[in-house]
Design a protein. Structure first.
Length: 275
């Protein structure tokens, strides 16, 4: 037997033993973790349009908070990391077709998703907020949703986000349809150059833009929605999901999540082990 294969088997059994007690039949046909070890590859679906969670760098590589976490998980497993770009439109199909082993990058932890997927413990809390541009003097022209009636509002072409916005007071009271952009960076560039009056974006992205990049943005009104994020696995892939939960807890305890969070957000925004 090859040494690598031998240690791979030992790792599988050690991980299984530390993820909690099992019934005699639980997980007996679950090879999700074993496949990762044997194939020497952790395949993660990430949406490269959600900075700083996951986005394309100037060098054309996908980087971000999610990638640092996924790389840490792969390192703990002793395998290579493979990133597969996904969108909200194709991510479920990619998971069901086994093109990826789990979905990262802002997957909502809610009852509807829990019915169809095995969700990890929540690791981030986020919200959809409306953001406007500050003037050079630091003032803002719009301070509440009613100020934006008949104004130009931009958002990313995301079906889930679109449904939430269309039901919110922002859209109901606006009087005109929002402008849709394929990528968040395109949308924010339009805001920067005065082509939009406001945008809808994730609070975590807003926080990163204003804290790390010092962008002159201001969030106005109440959040459109508040959510928590989890990693989504196939229902049958219990061992891999339990291993992820173990690793997330370990990373929270040893300060890894804090360091990754401070790198991308300028503060510790992780919620693992805090609620």
């Amino acid at each position: 037997m090859k040494i690598k294969s031998f240690f791979g088997i030992l790792l599988i059994f050690s991980l299984i033993s530390c993820t909690g007690r099992r019934t005699e039949t639980e997980g007996i046909n679950d090879s999700s973790l074993a496949r990762v070890i044997v194939n020497n590859e952790l395949v993660v679906g990430v949406d490269p349009s959600i900075p700083p969670l996951s986005f394309y760098s100037s060098a054309g590589q996908i980087v971000g908070y999610e990638i640092d976490i996924a790389q840490t998980v792969a390192d703990k497993l002793g395998v290579k990391l493979k990133l597969v770009p996904i969108t909200t439109a194709n991510r479920v199909a990619e998971l069901q077709n086994r093109a990826i082993q789990y979905i990262a990058s802002g997957f909502n932890n809610n009852e509807q998703n829990a019915e169809h997927f095995l969700l990890s413990i929540p690791y981030l809390r986020d919200a959809l907020v409306v953001v406007v541009l500050r003037s050079i003097e630091g003032t803002i022209a719009f301070s509440q949703f009613t100020d934006l009636r008949n104004k130009r509002i931009g958002m990313v072409s995301d079906e889930e986000m679109r449904e939430l916005v269309m039901k919110s007071p922002l859209y109901i009271n606006n009087g005109r349809r929002p402008y849709f952009y394929p990528r968040m960076e395109n949308m924010l560039t339009a805001l920067d150059f005065g082509q939009l009056d406001a945008v809808v974006m994730n609070l975590l992205t807003y926080y990163s833009k204003t804290t790390i990049e010092k962008k002159p943005y201001a969030a106005i009104g109440e959040p459109i929605t508040i959510t928590t994020y989890s990693y989504a696995f196939r229902k049958e892939d219990k061992e891999l999901a339990k291993t992820m939960n173990t690793f997330l807890t370990d990373m929270a305890n040893d300060g890894t999540l804090r360091r990754i969070s401070e790198k991308w957000f300028g503060a510790d925004v992780s919620i693992v082990g805090k609620y």
